[in-house]
Ligand binder design. Sequence first.
Ligand SMILES: [Zn+2]
Length: 477
Amino acid sequence: MITIHKGHIFHIAGAPKVTQAEQALAWHPDGAMAVDERGRIVYCGNWKDLPASLANAHIIDHAGCYIMPGFVDTHMHYPQVFCGDSYGGGQLLEWLNNCIFPSEALLADPEYARTAAIEWCDRMINSGTTMGLIFGSAHPHAQDCLFETARERGLRIVCGRGVETVAPDWSKQKSSEEDAIRLVRAEIEKWHPLTAEARKEALQFVAIVPRFSLSVTAKTLKALGDLYEEYRDRGVYFTSHLNENARPKTGEIDSTKEVYKVHSYLDTYDGKFLPNSQVGGKSLLGKRSVLAHCVHCTDKELARLAETGSSISHCPVSQFFLGSGTMPWRRTVAAGVNISIGSDYGAGDEFFIPQVLNSCFKAHISEATPVGMDPYPTNDQSVALHPAELLFTGTLAGARALDQEDRFGNFDIGKEADFVVLDPAKCQTMGMTLKHMYKNPDPKVARDAHMFAVIMLARESAVSATYVRGRKLKASK
Ligand SMILES: [Zn+2]
């Protein structure tokens, strides 16, 4: 049985780089996407060009709605589900100590953890996020709740317990060195698809997730590197934070270099975590490795990320919130690193990826020579990202960061049909603007303005349906 979804369809076709996104844009105002009983796309294009062989298919008419690929969020914190807009009285490290560690400790209670897992999956579905790379809880029962709920709902997730071997005792997050590795291994064995056959169909995967280098020791990094090496060829992921807060001396970057005595923060994840960046173990970098933030990377660090096929999760909303600065767009793109998008909920306070892309646009059009260096910047880094680049970053780049570009991220034939339906009638400003906005006589300019307005003006209320592999997902509320 084939189902045809009819609506205004757009996506980034093929496998372009971000700089080629505009050329790769597929835009079908009167579009149709046909999905087979296995949830695979068998046609995507104009309604009028629909092959005759599909004439008898079942039709779902999303009249007046936009159909775009499901959003891929490559950085979010499940134990922070109730932490959005927490006031910490400072930047990253104050916020962690004053707000986040105590909140995450609440998941030690199994009932609270169940509530958190259900709310988490509901929010993903209600905001059109079909795949999330998720920092998990240190508590195995809380992880089980999330994996179980995601499996029941049919959501895609990659998640791993947050590993901390250095943390205040009261945070209830700390594990012994032995327990840290034992519990990560147990989670992989329980929730990760370990055979190639299982991975082809799986929706849920496990990641190795040290919170950040300051939360672990050289001993932990060595053991995690050995563990990753053992499971690397079975599709296990690695994710952590990198170069987020640059406050001198007491900030995250200087503190990491001070504690490990390394030349660069990235070295700690790259097996070079001994003093003077000596090799002490296996690297955690690779094509299923995602580093969040990367606001203050050196050219050498960016080159190493590109060389290893690692990706960045860019989190502009969270960076605004914690005063971290922003990832330098031009320099990072030029280095050849894949840049995906992350809400970083709860340091970010937006779950809805188009709103994160909205902040991404604003961050980079405002990007300039650092304050204090030149009041009239001649080295202006400002860039007005094309809406196709925003769309690419929120969809296909995420699938690439998770090494699953062959499965989802756009509407190429043969891919699994992950998509979100946006109804402008459910979002007043979006709906009325799209209806009455000035239409440029140049069709290409008009198209770009139209797409930009959809992405920038959409709010969660516009999400009328979220599909994974052709199946409509149901939230509990
Ligand atoms: Zn984070």
